[in-house]
Design a protein around this ligand. Structure first.
Ligand code: NAP
Length: 244
């Protein structure tokens, strides 16, 4: 049985990815930073609903020790690390000149260094196995940049670069690395955006609606599957046509 690790799986897109991978028959390790109860409840639902094994574990991805321990849990319990979904992330809206050192470092530490930490830990196992799939969750703002989100956009552009370089390096080991750039997805991350702004974002989306966590999770499950075995280093926009 294959094993998947999903970071930031306590809610939103990460939780939907954990569900989609459990549905596909993977054992799942669910990482979280603070929402222990939600992650543990989801693990229980996955175990009873899909007959797979699921473990919730605290892992602040910005800390390499916790990222290492998360991946180690997958290997220790199931003997394999087949899939890593680097989903954990934070957002922030700030005028560029008002971004503090602390906010910059937290953004890069979580969204970019977090991807580095978890990918490095997982790649060590995947290279030995001669198989594996890493899917990184970037953002359309990493492709085109968002005003008042320079630190967020920079971290997500970094994820795209990391994906492309790592895909080239790991392809000879049969490890695929791809990246999804979501558009505007209805999760807690939108909670600080007012209704008027949300309405205008919907209007700017050619398909005329917000995305759902499941929209992203379905693409993640596809990229991890055998149906995508010739796909690596790609940046897939799942954005309702917002960025074309
Ligand atoms: P969300 O609902 O706010 O959930 C964020 C998740 O990340 C939570 O599980 C949270 O854990 C976890 N997390 C935050 N900081 C962490 C850290 N340092 N270490 C480990 N886990 C951490 O966000 P979302 O909308 O699902 O976003 C998921 C990913 O999609 C992010 O990378 C985000 O940038 C990207 N994305 C989202 C959108 C969107 O419109 N929603 C668009 C483009 C890209 P706790 O619950 O424990 O806090």
């Amino acid at each position: 049985m294959k094993t998947a690790v999903v970071t930031g799986a306590s809610r939103g897109i990460g939780a939907a990815c954990a569900v989609a991978l459990a549905k596909s028959g993977y054992n799942v390790i669910l990482g979280y930073k603070v929402n222990k109860e939600r992650a543990e409840q989801l693990a229980e639902v996955l175990i009873s609903g899909y007959g797979i094994a699921a473990i919730a574990q605290k892992a602040d991805v910005s800390l390499s020790s916790e990222a290492d321990a998360l991946i180690e849990t997958a290997y220790r319990n199931f003997g394999r690390v087949d899939v890593l979904v680097n989903n954990a992330g934070i957002a922030g809206f700030k005028l560029f000149t008002e971004i503090t050192d602390e906010e910059w470092n937290e953004m890069i530490g979580t969204n970019l260094t977090g991807v580095f930490n978890c990918s490095r830990a997982a790649a060590r196992y995947m290279i030995n196995q001669k198989s594996g799939s890493i899917v990184n969750i970037s953002s359309m703002w990493g492709q085109v940049g968002a005003s008042c989100e320079v630190h967020y956009s920079a971290s997500k552009a970094g994820v795209i670069g990391l994906t492309q370089a790592l895909a080239k390096e790991l392809a000879p080991s049969n490890v695929r690395v791809n990246c999804i750039c979501p558009g505007v997805i209805k999760t807690d991350m939108l909670s600080e955006i007012d209704e008027e702004t949300i309405a205008s974002l919907v209007e700017e989306t050619p398909l005329g609606r917000l995305g759902t966590p499941k929209d992203i999770a379905d693409s993640v499950a596809f990229l991890c599957s055998d149906r995508a075995e010739f796909i690596t280093g790609q940046v897939l926009g799942v954005n309702g046509g917002f960025v074309i």
